[in-house]
Ligand binder design. Structure first.
Ligand code: GLA
Length: 737
């Protein structure tokens, strides 16, 4: 087990240690959020109660008298209930009379210490201001169970991060069931929005009321999952992208997870997130510690756009966040599948370079006996059958054409039909002696066995050393089922071993970018994103589907990290036929790429793609730094969104018609996020194969070649949109005059 001691976060350079504020309060605050913690009064059952969160929500004035708030909120004693009103602690537990899900669950092997009673034994608040802090670190100990928890809470850019570590200071093993971070929800938070989905339809929203009881989303797939609730949000009734108050959490973890909200008749409601642990999975020997995955929490008074604005700022502030313009990608998968051949791929590289592609990624099929998906996984050696001279000739061809080279790998997996499997049956992640069902003809390697990680590190390191590779597409094409590691449940150790492998590889090859892919978008979370540079949002590149998938992926992930490719006219995963302009318009709002056989494309298609790439290059600085805005106020058959520059001087909006509308004329499109006082030049951005000039010209402002108009008019009144066919999009560019 990881024994690293958690260090209190230092949120700013000028941070200093603060005195115990107001005697017993900590007000964590930035420009978007306040989290106020108060130490609680001793009670008969707990003379040393833990601090409690008295407010998580809109920022309060720095001068707020927290003692006053605490007195104001002190609850009455209910009938037929505890004689002293219960309060919800930072770590709600049965000892406090807490009867919703406890934040810590576990016991020693003999059943004792199942209900610890922690005392606050120390804390340190840090911040640059006199009366507010940006981070606080608590340590809490139970002298009887000899368990200790350290909790580090920090606020930055509206995101509250909570990190907890549990230490076993006793003499016997402690079996942990759950260590979650939980936050209080106010009574007005009554509507849940969470996400679900499947392969090729990731991140599909669902809404329901938060009634009495628990709504819990659990992942038991050994990876984040296509159906994972990327963000779990609870808000005021009817909250939208633009409006309403929302409280949301995300778990930065790529293994199993639980995210939930619950409400009780006692007047409490909470939202929580933690790692889902399997029985016996975490058994802390004396002296060992468990580090829980980081929980990210956002409160917004500006609907879901406010939630994503905070998450995007947080992600963009990462030291590892890519700063170079996101290169246009050509991925070979839907272009050639397993049919790899130097001449063919050189022709593809020719065609790619000619339209402006900047990165050429060789997908599955280059190694071992991998001529289809039934063999070869695990044998990370270039196939001499397909590449008799190695990958050098292709890499040279790619680089000579001004592109960099990327390569697909799926290190955690193995086909039973592979040399690796034949040599090392015992390397599988499984309950010994019984195997696990194959999935896409593959099994999972047990990365927590040192020899397995060492093998993978050596193979990947050798590839990155031998070849000039700028980029890895790191895939993971199955769920883990019945995942046993040396006789015990192994999802946690697998996840940690993956992180360690990625970290070491990045340490050795710091310039190599890594994309996280898991049969498309099956592994999207801030745990994997801490060590990768792009996500493959979905295996469907059908632009119609992507309109939805990218919209909801964007709740957490900013567009520059969301791989989005222009596919063939007939989408391979759905059979839907789509015009080129619509495919390009959809991919513009992500990290742009092409995934189609350009070598056989008509000159007209190549011209259209080249034009789309030019538009992407022209606008990527805006698209990859601006604020994402989704417009609620459009007919149900359409989706509209845009990106507005941080200084509101420029914006690009898209209005996508996804089905026919029952009205003849669509209502004007009202924008958001602009400067009401500024005047903007509004012009359509036309793409080859989009609505025809004639169709567009039916709108007088478009026929006039655009207009100059105030931000106020664009937001209050909007502008007319042309009548469009399903799966057509109107793009409009705005620049301040
Ligand atoms: C997964 C990925 C695809 C492709 C294939 C290759 O399905 O999501 O993009 O790389 O594997 O086998």
């Amino acid at each position: 087990m990881d024994k690293k001691r958690i260090e209190p976060s230092v949120a700013t350079n000028s941070a200093k240690e603060l005195p115990v504020m107001g005697g017993s309060f900590v007000h964590l605050k930035d420009e978007r959020v306040s989290l106020v913690l108060a130490t609680a009064e001793p009670t008969a059952i707990n003379p040393n109660p833990l601090p409690r969160i008295v407010h998580w929500g809109a920022p309060l004035a720095a001068s707020t008298d927290v003692a006053e708030i605490v007195s104001l909120l002190a609850p009455p004693t209910p009938h037929a209930a505890a004689d002293v009103p219960l309060e919800r602690s930072l770590l709600p537990l049965p000892v406090d009379g807490w009867r919703l899900r406890p934040a810590l669950q576990g016991a020693r092997a003999d059943g004792t210490d199942w209900s610890p009673r922690f005392k606050l034994t120390g804390y340190q608040a840090l911040g640059a201001e006199e009366s507010t802090a940006t981070s606080v670190w608590f340590t809490m100990r139970d002298p009887v169970s000899r368990l200790r928890i350290e909790t580090d809470i920090a606020v930055s850019g509206g995101v509250v991060t909570i990190q907890q570590v549990l230490h076993n200071e006793g003499d016997t093993d402690y079996l942990l069931g759950l260590l979650a971070a939980t936050l209080p929800l106010p009574a007005r938070a009554t509507e849940i929005l969470d996400l679900t989905g499947r392969w090729c339809r990731e991140r599909s929203p669902q809404r329901h009321p938060l009634l009495m009881g628990t709504w819990s989303r659990e992942t038991r797939r050994g990876r984040t999952g296509h159906d994972a609730s990327l963000v779990f949000a609870v808000g005021t009734p009817g909250f939208t992208f633009a409006s309403g108050e929302v409280w949301a959490v995300h778990l930065g973890w790529s293994g199993d997870s639980v995210l939930w909200a619950e409400r009780s008749p006692a007047g409490f409601a909470q939202i929580g997130a933690g790692e889902l642990l399997h029985p016996g999975e975490v058994r802390l020997a004396p002296g060992e510690s468990y580090e829980a995955p980081v929980v990210f929490a956002v409160h917004s008074t500006a609907g879901l756009d406010g939630v994503s604005a905070a998450f995007h700022d947080h992600v963009r502030a990462r030291e590892s966040h890519p700063t170079s313009p996101r290169p246009v990608v050509l991925n070979t998968w839907e272009a050639v599948y397993f049919d790899q051949d130097l001449d063919k791929l050189t022709a593809l590289a020719d065609a790619a370079a000619a339209v402006g592609v900047e990165r050429f990624v060789l997908d599955d099929g280059w190694f071992g006996a991998r001529r289809d998906d039934t063999a070869g996984l695990g044998d990370w050696v270039v196939s001499s059958e397909v590449w008799p001279e190695g990958l050098d000739p292709l890499i040279r061809a790619v680089q000579e054409r001004g592109m960099d080279f990327g390569l697909w790998v799926e290190p955690e997996m193995v086909n039973p039909n592979s040399d690796l499997f034949r040599a090392h049956h015992d390397w599988m992640l499984q309950v010994e002696g019984r195997g696990t069902p194959t999935w896409r003809h593959q099994q999972v390697l047990d990365l927590a066995r040192p020899e397995v990680s060492a093998y993978l590190l050596a193979r990947l390191d050798a590839l990155l050393t031998e070849y000039d590779i700028a980029y890895l597409k790191w895939d993971h094409n199955r769920d883990l089922v019945d995942a046993g590691h040396l006789g015990v449940a192994g999802v946690r150790t697998q996840t940690l071993a993956l992180y360690a492998l990625l970290d070491e590889l990045r340490r050795r090859h710091p310039r190599v970018e890594i994309e996280t892919c898991a049969s498309g978008g099956g592994r999207v979370d801030l745990g994997i994103l801490a060590r990768t540079d792009r996500i493959w949002a979905s295996d469907t590149i059908d632009a119609h589907e992507r309109q939805y998938i990218q919209r909801w992926t964007g709740l957490l992930v900013p567009p520059e990290l969301v791989g989005s490719h222009v596919g063939s006219a007939t989408a391979h995963t759905t059979g839907r036929r789509l015009g080129l302009a619509f495919r390009v318009a959809t991919s513009l709002f992500g990290h742009f790429g092409v995934e189609a056989d350009l070598a056989v494309a008509t000159p007209e298609v190549r011209r259209g793609i080249a034009e789309g790439i030019a538009a992407y290059k022209q606008h990527r600085a805006l698209l990859h730094s601006g604020r994402t805005v989704r417009l609620d106020d459009v007919p149900a058959e359409a989706l509209a969104q845009g990106v507005v520059a941080p200084d509101r001087s420029e914006a690009l909006f898209s209005y996508a018609q996804l089905a026919t509308s029952p009205v003849e004329v669509l209502p004007p499109l009202r924008l958001r996020g602009l400067d009401p006082k500024a005047r903007y030049r509004l012009r359509p951005l036309t793409l080859a194969g989009g609505p025809t000039a004639q169709e567009l010209a039916a709108c007088p402002w478009i026929a006039a070649g655009g207009m100059e108009v105030s931000g106020e008019a664009l937001m209050e009144l909007g502008f007319s949109v042309p009548v469009m066919h399903p799966d057509q999009a109107l793009l409009v560019h705005l620049s301040r005059v």
